[in-house]
Design a protein around this ligand. Structure first.
Ligand code: PMP
Length: 377
């Protein structure tokens, strides 16, 4: 098997797995129990929170453990919208967000009477600061714009967008940082109030996420019921998962530059190889993350290509995995001004430090074979 779908999920790092299974077996007490066994697990979990926070250069009490980025996005958006609705009910997001942001916004609009503005993106898939400035209003309470797009890899200037937001409104700024974590430094984090992360995109555990919430940002909890996570998320803590975050985060930051150089070389190789194939058009902008490359092939739909590659044991995606079952053309590509025809013929390759040159070459060879076969038929 050749796995080139790392933006969907990554294999767990063996060190993380070892730490997780060890804690799961040995430290099973409840973090809220008052006996020594419980206190020990609570201590380990708080150590993990400290270490995770220090990697992100934030304070430990600004991090909340969640079940993933979907929950973190829901909590950031609904939690702050409910907490700030006395100031206004206007929310701003972009039209290329992950479904966990998009659907949360729709729910707030349809069920809770909020008004949502969906900002367009330019042909590179990026929200322009001026577009945001013009959409901000006196009653805007929240802006949510992703850092790195999961389908095409375009990167928003979050520091600039947050600056515009704070200059022109009292809104808080949230960013879905799921895809940027571990790929480049998060220098913008001190400039924003809320950020979501997921462990399984960076060789951590599935069902494990983080919400960064700057001190003094008010949030209404979505899960009431207990004192856990400073009263923001009820329910017995998933201590083994939360304790594994420290190792997951450390590993993600440790070799970030080295990994990024390796992936940039692979991306370049892939781009050059694709340029030699007739009918291939690259959809990712030139300055996108090297980890994601989206392209379309004339005459072959995404579904046909996916199935054909799968037949050769090559795993890729056609779009965001959380919307993989819809037949509609990619809204991200359409928002970038790409035609419907081209948007229904797209593939997303996502690379990792684990990817090899030989895998990229094999993908290119198989693609050529598939196109030749298909065109002859
Ligand atoms: N946001 C983005 C940009 C994503 O790519 C994903 C994962 N597909 C999520 C949020 C959801 O993450 P999780 O699977 O941890 O809920």
């Amino acid at each position: 098997m050749i796995y080139l779908d790392y933006a969907s999920t990554t294999p767990v790092n063996q060190e993380v797995l070892k730490a997780y299974t060890y804690v799961l077996e040995k430290y099973y007490a409840n973090t809220d129990s008052l006996h020594d066994a419980g206190l020990k697990v609570a201590e380990l979990m708080e150590q993990s929170r400290e270490q995770t926070a220090s990697c992100l250069k934030v304070k430990a009490n600004e991090l909340m453990f969640t079940s993933g980025a979907s929950e973190a996005n829901n909590t950031a958006i609904k939690g702050s919208a409910f907490a700030l609705q006395h100031r206004g009910k206007h929310l701003i997001t972009s039209c290329v967000e992950h479904s966990s942001v998009d659907q949360t916004m729709k729910q707030l609009q349809e069920l809770f009477g909020f008004e949502v503005t969906y900002l367009p993106v330019n042909s590179s898939g990026v929200v322009e600061a001026e577009t945001l400035r013009q959409a901000l209003r006196k009653d805007t309470i929240l802006v949510s714009i992703m850092a790195l797009n999961n389908e095409v890899g375009s990167i928003n200037d979050i520091a600039e967008l947050a600056k515009v937001t704070h200059e022109s409104s009292r809104a808080v700024f949230h960013s879905d940082c799921t895809q940027i974590l571990g790929k480049q430094p998060l220098t913008f984090l001190p400039d924003i109030e809320l950020a979501s992360f997921s462990a399984h995109k960076i060789y951590g555990l599935k069902g494990s996420g983080l919400l960064y919430h700057k001190q003094n940002v008010r949030l209404v909890p979505l899960i009431c019921g207990g004192q856990q996570e400073a009263g923001l998320r009820g329910g017995t803590s998933n201590a083994p998962c939360n304790i594994a975050w420290a190792k997951t985060m450390r590993i993600a930051f440790e070799k970030m530059d080295e990994y990024s150089r390796h992936v940039s070389e692979l991306n370049q190789r892939l781009r050059l190889g694709l340029a030699e194939i007739d009918g291939v058009e690259i959809n990712s902008p030139q300055d996108a993350t090297p980890y994601i490359l989206n392209f379309s092939v004339k005459g072959m739909t995404s579904e046909v290509m996916l199935n054909a590659l799968n037949h050769y044991g090559i795993c890729v995606s056609s779009r965001s995995t959380c919307s993989s079952k819809t037949k509609a053309p990619s809204k991200v590509l359409m928002a970038m001004g790409i035609s419907e025809e081209r948007a229904t013929h797209s593939l997303r390759i996502s690379l990792s430090h684990l990817s090899k040159k030989s895998e990229v070459d094999e993908l290119l060879n198989v693609l050529k074979e598939i196109f030749n076969d298909y065109r002859i038929k």
